[in-house]
Unconditional design. Structure first.
Length: 264
């Protein structure tokens, strides 16, 4: 059915959110938020390309149970070296790439006064440099093949705030919001949406240390309006939305999924 502006409405609203037949590359897919995103995409019909340093057996089983085709790519994303291989293996297996989730990330906690150059570089390389060059390779593949693309960058509350004893992480995640806007400006006209998700405080390996520190844990919970840590499941809705046709006119924006943390 045509609307007043000659666009057509979906007959079934659920189709807007379907990822049937799309191929999604998710980095850091073996655990935590990356695993949750893979499972959500698998349930919505996507082929999964799981990129990780370690075995993705658990993620593979969960995705295959949901009926998805699954390709595991072992890669260390602390350098740009594996990027071309990741894109070419994904295309060789599934024909094209449609979705990229830049989820892999590391955090190093230390007083700013004691941070070494090595620690600084290791965080910036994974969280920022490789995110840019993997996005660039993905965008080239979409443009060459003339297919639409969706890039989703995993940001953080520390894209907006300073945090405590994590200066390189804060710098890298703040950069992610700027990069999301910058890439939108260049690639939106080529059919590529570049958006971000800023998770709040989520119960994963990334936050084990602060959850085990009773006073930090209490202070964090006290400040979250919803009064609980987030889970990988909490991120799935936003991740599906930004990968699907439902978000075709959303571009350059980072959505917080934080139980209200930023509202305080
Ligand atoms: P996690 O530690 O469980 O997952 C991080 C993933 O990144 C793992 O799969 C890990 O293997 C992968 N990774 C790290 N370095 C890598 C490398 N060199 N090569 C390949 N893979 C590498 O933690 P998580 O919470 O699931 O983190 C996922 C993303 O979410 C990260 O970018 C993190 O910064 C971000 N984030 C997490 C929270 C939180 O509260 N947990 C909040 C905001 C943002």
């Amino acid at each position: 059915m045509k609307g007043a502006y000659e666009f057509s409405y979906e007959d079934n609203m659920m189709d807007m959110f379907s990822l049937k037949g799309k191929t999604a590359i998710v980095t850091g897919a073996n655990t935590g938020l990356g695993q949750g995103i893979c499972v959500a995409y698998a349930k919505m019909g996507a082929n999964i390309v799981a990129v990780a340093r370690r075995s993705c057996d658990e993620t593979k089983a969960l995705c295959e149970d949901a009926g998805a085709k699954f390709l595991e790519i072992r890669a260390d994303l602390s350098s740009t070296e594996p990027i071309n291989m990741i894109i070419s293996e994904a295309i060789k297996t599934f024909g094209q790439v449609d979705i990229l989730v830049n989820n892999a990330g590391i955090i190093k906690r230390n007083d700013a006064i004691d941070v070494t150059e090595e620690d600084w570089d290791s965080v910036i390389d994974v969280n920022q440099k490789v995110v840019f060059f993997l996005s660039q390779a993905f965008a080239k593949a979409c443009i060459n093949n003339k297919n639409k693309g969706k890039i989703i960058n995993i940001a953080s509350m520390l894209s907006y705030q300073g945090g405590i004893r994590v200066p390189a992480y804060c710098a890298s995640k703040s950069a992610i919001i700027g990069l999301t806007r910058a890439l939108c400006n260049e690639w939106a006209s080529k059919g590529i949406n570049v958006n971000g998700i800023a998770p709040g405080y989520m119960a994963t390996n990334n936050t084990t240390q602060i959850r085990e520190d009773q006073s930090r844990n209490d202070a964090i919970l006290e400040r979250i309006p919803q009064g609980r840590w987030g889970t990988p499941e909490d991120l799935q809705g936003a991740a599906v939305f930004l990968a699907s046709n439902a978000s075709d006119y959303v571009n350059g924006f980072t959505i917080a999924v934080d139980g209200g943390w930023l509202a305080r």
